[in-house]
Design a binder for this molecule. Structure first.
Ligand SMILES: Cc1ncc(COP(=O)(O)O)c(C=O)c1O
Length: 358
């Protein structure tokens, strides 16, 4: 039985998009491939609110996180982490021999602008990273306030992980001044896993040219230069199936649902879930920093989340246990991509009925 997914990716994909994945292949060096990739990029610029070039990578989001921290850091990066996915930036820096410092907030707390200010003021860094939406703790970081602080340090490149939020809430990449903004296909965009997407500022590309060892497959400069020289094509064979799906899903997001409606639906689902959680359990992230795309709930009743998930699984639903150390202490309900308010309400009712019998 297929389970309705309320996990923070992969998400359920609309049947017509799954069908689009099955469109017959074209050559990746054809004019049709260039046209497809250009179309996708132009639509993605609207979703990202940016004029910056878009780079696609046939890798999951971690690929472009690795590529960007390695390609962009000539001096030293400071990684502001609020959980497991923030820590990932540091792990990627370490394994790529990139100099970095890790600044870790307590679980459930955000990255505060004054902390960013304090570190950037040292002049030690040419790159800083922020997780927009930390999928483990359910924190959505205050990027507007961080952007205000960052304006004092325009020379420092800002890399943002928007893997579990882009397409579910407005991230005004150009307004905020984000140099590299990364997402994956299997989250709020509502596609199968397998591709990552980044908007990259030209100053990030120019800065990266100074870095001698940028790797190869995930080198942002290589990807960008190739795209410019070869009319939106990529150095190696991309997942053309994902591109067909993206092309169609972006039309749906932009022209059928509309971005504003999509953001409003995500916010409404978040509000419903938060009210449910606050009434029955507690909300894990600090107040005012709750994610719009998933809710991390503190398991104040000490029920077995594994059992709960097993029971709802028997009738075709799935939520997520807590991530890492937060397993059983918290659980997560994702409300992202094309999930509807009615589907979410049905899940919450099922959770109530199931918990009552536990
Ligand atoms: C916030 C965040 N960053 C990064 C990642 C890694 O993305 P991927 O699994 O696409 O490599 C995830 C995946 O869940 C995530 O939620």
């Amino acid at each position: 039985m297929h389970k309705k997914l309320f996990i923070p990716g992969p998400v359920d994909v609309r049947p017509e998009i799954l069908q689009a994945m099955g469109t017959p292949m074209i050559g990746h060096r054809s004019k049709d491939a260039s046209a497809l990739q250009r179309r996708i990029s132009e639509k993605l610029q609207k979703v990202f609110f940016t004029q910056n070039p878009i780079l696609l990578s046939t890798s999951s989001g971690t690929g472009l996180m690795e590529g960007s921290i390695r390609s962009c850091t000539a001096k030293r990066a400071v990684v502001f982490s609020v959980g497991a996915f923030g820590d990932r930036w540091a792990a990627l820096a370490k394994s790529n021999n990139v100099s970095y410092d890790l600044v870790r907030a307590e679980n459930g707390q955000p990255t505060l602008p004054e902390v960013v200010d304090q570190y950037l003021a040292t002049g030690k860094y040419d790159v800083f990273t922020v997780t927009h939406n930390e999928t483990s703790t359910g924190i959505m970081n205050p990027v507007e306030e961080i952007a205000a602080v960052r304006r004092k340090y325009p020379e420092v490149l800002w890399l943002v992980d928007a893997v579990s939020s882009m397409g579910g809430t407005k991230i005004d990449v150009d307004g905020l001044g984000i140099d590299v903004c990364i997402t994956s296909t299997q989250k709020c965009l509502g596609l199968p896993p397998g591709m990552s997407i980044a908007s990259v500022s030209l100053r990030a590309i120019e800065h990266a040219r100074q870095v001698q060892f940028r790797g190869s497959y995930l080198d942002l400069v290589e990807l960008y230069d190739y795209l410019v020289k070869k009319d939106y094509q990529y150095p190696s064979t991309p997942s053309i199936s994902h591109m067909y799906a993206l092309d169609q899903q972006l039309d749906y997001i932009l022209n059928v649902e509309g971005l504003e409606n999509r953001f409003a639906r995500h916010l409404e689902m978040a509000k419903i879930t938060r009210a449910w959680a606050a009434d029955r359990f507690a909300i894990f992230p600090a107040q005012g920093y709750e994610s719009v795309t998933l809710t991390t709930v503190t398991n104040t009743r000490g029920i077995s989340i594994a059992d709960l998930n097993k029971k709802i699984g028997e009738v075709g639903y799935q939520i997520s246990n807590g991530y890492g150390d937060l397993k059983e202490k918290t659980f997560r309900i994702a409300h992202m991509a094309d999930r509807t308010i009615a589907e979410l309400k049905a899940l919450l009712q099922l959770l109530d009925d199931t918990i009552a019998k536990m």
